[in-house]
Structure formats: structure tokens, C-alpha cells
Write a protein that binds this ligand. Structure first.
Ligand SMILES: Cc1cc2nc3c(=O)[nH]c(=O)nc-3n(C[C@H](O)[C@H](O)[C@H](O)COP(=O)(O)O)c2cc1C
Length: 186
């Protein structure tokens, strides 16, 4: 099972680096698997720590992949690192094992602390649509254009039927990215 998450790692200067990542669930551990090259990979390899955030504010998925990296964070009270202010739940991770790989190393992590901050009020289809579109936005270089357009048309239905203001805002950021892609901008 993969949990779509927002991972915060620490840059060398201690500042937070925010990136959406899918974390693989393996028994009691979570596996972080960043493709090379990535800042997330550099950071977690350097200090062996990361904070996973689970949030329904899907701007945290659409934002970082469209250049919006600056989000409200709070320093963890009892460990190095940061969590999202918008996290329903965060968990502090410590790397227990590294499976190195030329393409996609895997960092098998223990959960050292987990805390819930906000209530969960159910599924919104538009949230899932934004997450799917955010993944598409990071894979445009490897997907056929007609597949991207077909998937976007389908995801648009859930946006039209179920989105609130947050999901519309995230969707607009992604639409601007897809518009650039259609005109050939990398
Ligand atoms: C929902 C979602 C899941 C993602 N999962 C992964 C992942 O498991 N591994 C990865 O390398 N990138 C993943 N990405 C793409 C990264 O967020 C993106 O490439 C990011 O910029 C990481 O690079 P950075 O650490 O240099 O910022 C995902 C993106 C989204 C929207």
C-alpha cells in the first residue's frame, strides 16, 4: 500500500524542504523511495530524518510540483525537523535501513513519534483528482500526450462535481502547468 504524503526533510542549513511523495507501507515501517536526483534524497541521506505529513489540503500536493514550496510549518517540539501546519497527522521518521539503487534508492524508516492535530471529515473526490493530476504533472516527460489529456478530462468531472475553494485553487495551478506543457514549455 502506498500513502500519498507530504514529506518534509531538512536542508543542510536546517530549513525545511517540502515535497509530495508516496510512502510504501511495510508492516510497521514506511519506505521513502525518491528518484535520483532530488533534494529530498540528498537531505534524508545526509541526516537520516524526515517528517511525513498527511493532509487533505491538496494545495500541498499541487503547490510543490508547480513551484510553490513555501508553506506554513512548525518546528517539532522534541526532535529535529518540521511539520506542516496543515497536517491532520504527522509522524517523525528515522532511517533504519538504506537499499541503495542507481535510479531509486529506498529508505526504510521507523516511526519514532506520531501525532494527530486536525479532525478528518471524509473523502472528497476532487481531492483525489488533484492528487492524481499532481502526479501526472511530474510525469509529463514520460507519458503519451493523449493519455495525459484523457486522464485530465476524466479528473475534471470530479472537480466540477465536488470541489471546494481549496481544490479549485490547486486545480488552477495544475491547469496552468498543463497549459505550458501544451505549448511545449518544459
Ligand atoms: C502524489 C505524489 C507522489 C509522488 N511520489 C514520489 C515518489 O515516491 N518518489 C519521487 O521521487 N517523487 C515522487 N513525486 C514527485 C516529487 O514530489 C517531485 O519530483 C519532487 O520535486 C521531488 O524532488 P525534490 O526532492 O528535489 O523536491 C510525487 C509527486 C506527487 C504529486
Amino acid at each position: 500500500m502506498i500513502l500519498e504524503s507530504v514529506l518534509i526533510t531538512c536542508n543542510a542549513d536546517g530549513s525545511p524542504h517540502i515535497a509530495p511523495l508516496g510512502l510504501h507501507v511495510h508492516d510497521q515501517q514506511l519506505v521513502v523511495a525518491p528518484f535520483r536526483p532530488s533534494r529530498t534524497l540528498e537531505n534524508i541521506a545526509r541526516d537520516g530524518h524526515a517528517v511525513v505529513n498527511w493532509t487533505t489540503d491538496v494545495r500541498l500536493f499541487a503547490g510543490p510540483v508547480t513551484g510553490r514550496r513555501d508553506w506554513p510549518v512548525l518546528a517539532l517540539p522534541d526532535a529535529p525537523g518540521w511539520r506542516l501546519q496543515a497536517a491532520h497527522t504527522h509522524a517523525a521518521l528515522r532511517v533504519a535501513q538504506v537499499d541503495d539503487d542507481a535510479l531509486r534508492p529506498r529508505f526504510v524508516c521507523d516511526i519514532v513519534h506520531e501525532q494527530t492535530h486536525l479532525p478528518f471529515r471524509g473523502f472528497v473526490r476532487a481531492q483525489a483528482a488533484v492528487v492524481e493530476a499532481a502526479i501526472l504533472a511530474t510525469r509529463l516527460h514520460m507519458l503519451p500526450a493523449d493519455k495525459v489529456e484523457r486522464e485530465l478530462a476524466y479528473l475534471q468531472i470530479a472537480i466540477d462535481k465536488t470541489a471546494g475553494a481549496v481544490e479549485h485553487e490547486a486545480w488552477q495551478w495544475l491547469q496552468a502547468r498543463f497549459a505550458d506543457w501544451r505549448t511545449g514549455q518544459p
